[in-house]
Design a protein around this ligand. Structure first.
Ligand code: BG6
Length: 441
């Protein structure tokens, strides 16, 4: 790990910072995994100057890490700058602060800008910081999803950001790629000869990738209503996992090969183009009561649950369905990936348990025979975001998302969304606490 870094967080008083970023920073701090010489500059509109930001840190750590007393030295890592994302004045103050730490930080200092803000501001912030010449090689952008809302908008956003930053300065986050069990998939597939030889299209019958949640949209009405489940988690998390399951073996010593193979796997996923294909292979539904949520359109047709059956067009894989399934207010909270073979099934469970299991199945049941537990962290988000922060500082790009992946993910999803807009697949409803039935299996 580099020993000096300046991490600037835009949106420093937001939810993501409170729930995930601060607890992760603290956990890295306690385990001494942060650069020796680190400064965290928080930037946001609210007046959190003086010791108000320390109070915000306290509240976050109390609530999300159950910490009674925060190690006082932790506060020293922070400096808060009050400013607006669009106004020059704030950036001027920020410039002073960054320059001050930059000088202290020295030559090999890694300077990161974390965009923990609404995606509609990504472009503005990138151009503002470039105006202050914070875009040479020493600077990196850490960007949350969604990157665009379809293929075209992702392309537009990317080309605007690329006026100032190159691809290798952009770290696009998909926090599923920082989950322990997701990381185990390539390791498990390619690291054991017995698994490697069975993990062949001739042996695999079906793949299921599912993230079911028993809670609802909560206070994210406007954000969610504009996206829906397919774009909220299907385009990114679920397709990212799919690529790990069907990708070709990569050269362990070449991180760029890992990215290429993942991208290639996505490229091979067949786009559902014909209405008939979309009708037969996708399903969407909305839970009863969704329309009463604040900032949700009263006649919204946004799905809160979807299921899709996709196929790869790669030779050998064409007949193997992989089923994506996700939603809110369902009967359970469970995230799991299942790979079915002739009579056996391998489960990669991310939630509520953290385990890999080799089991068997028949028409009526599925049974785990041999379980490999992975230590369950009390705070799974802390681990995931600690990995995001650590690896971006280290410049380890292999578990961040490259632009070609994002564009292919959107391409796959756009075709479905377009047909849904034309009502090719009717929107069903379901009762909260149930998972709607569909004929996609
Ligand atoms: C986010 C989505 O990306 O992932 C949320 O915006 C979803 O709607 C969340 O709840 C799921 O992540 P996890 O790690 O809790 O499964």
């Amino acid at each position: 790990m580099t020993n000096s870094s300046v991490l600037t967080i835009f949106g420093a008083t937001g939810d993501l910072v409170r729930k995930k970023i601060l607890p992760s920073l603290y956990s890295l701090y306690k385990s001494k995994e942060l650069p020796e010489n680190l400064k965290v500059v928080g930037y946001a509109r609210r007046d959190f100057t003086g010791d108000k930001y320390n109070k915000f840190i306290d509240e976050s750590l109390n609530k999300y890490l159950n910490i009674g007393t925060v190690d006082a030295k932790f506060y020293d890592l922070f400096e808060y700058v009050q400013g607006d994302l669009e106004e020059e004045a704030g950036y001027k103050k920020l410039e002073e602060v960054i320059k001050k730490y930059d000088t202290m930080c020295g030559e090999n200092c890694i300077k990161l800008f974390y965009f923990s803000i609404q995606p509609s501001f990504y472009e503005t912030v990138a151009s503002k910081i470039a105006e202050f010449e914070f875009n040479n090689n020493g600077y990196r952008l850490l960007i949350e999803k969604p990157y665009g809302h379809d293929e075209q908008s992702a392309k537009n956003l990317d080309s605007r950001i690329k006026q100032y930053f190159s691809e290798d300065q952009i770290y696009r986050i998909d926090h599923y790629l920082h989950k322990k069990i997701v990381r185990e998939i390539p390791e498990f597939r390619f690291g054991h000869s017995i698994i490697k030889s069975s993990w062949q299209p001739s042996e695999i019958k079906k793949i299921v990738i599912s993230t079911k949640e028993d809670f609802g949209v909560e206070d994210r009405g406007a954000f969610y209503d504009a996206l829906g489940t397919l774009r909220d988690v299907g385009q990114n998390h679920l397709l990212a996992i799919a690529s790990l399951i069907i990708m070709d073996e990569y050269d362990l010593n070449k991180p760029e090969d890992f990215l290429e193979k993942r991208t290639e796997a996505l490229k091979n996923i067949k786009i559902l183009e014909e209405d008939e294909e979309i009708k037969n292979n996708t399903f969407r539904a909305q839970y009863e009561g969704y329309l009463n949520i604040e900032n949700v359109e009263k006649d919204s047709k946004t799905e809160t649950y979807f299921k899709a059956r996709l196929f790869s067009s790669k030779e050998g894989w064409q007949e193997i369905p992989f089923i994506l399934d996700a939603g809110k207010k369902l009967d359970e909270h469970k995230n799991v990936v299942k790979v079915y073979f002739e009579t056996n099934v391998i489960f990669f469970e991310m939630y509520p348990n953290l385990e890999i299991c080799i089991g068997k199945y028949d028409e009526n049941s599925e049974q785990c025979l041999m379980k490999m537990d992975t230590e369950m962290s009390e705070h799974q988000y802390v681990e995931e975001y600690a990995s995001v922060i650590k690896e971006s500082i280290e410049g380890k790009r292999d578990y961040f998302v490259c632009i070609d992946e994002v564009l292919h993910q959107w391409k796959i999803v756009d075709a479905i969304v377009k047909a849904w807009h034309n009502n090719v697949v009717p929107l069903e409803t379901y009762k909260p606490g149930t998972t709607p039935e569909s004929n996609i299996n």
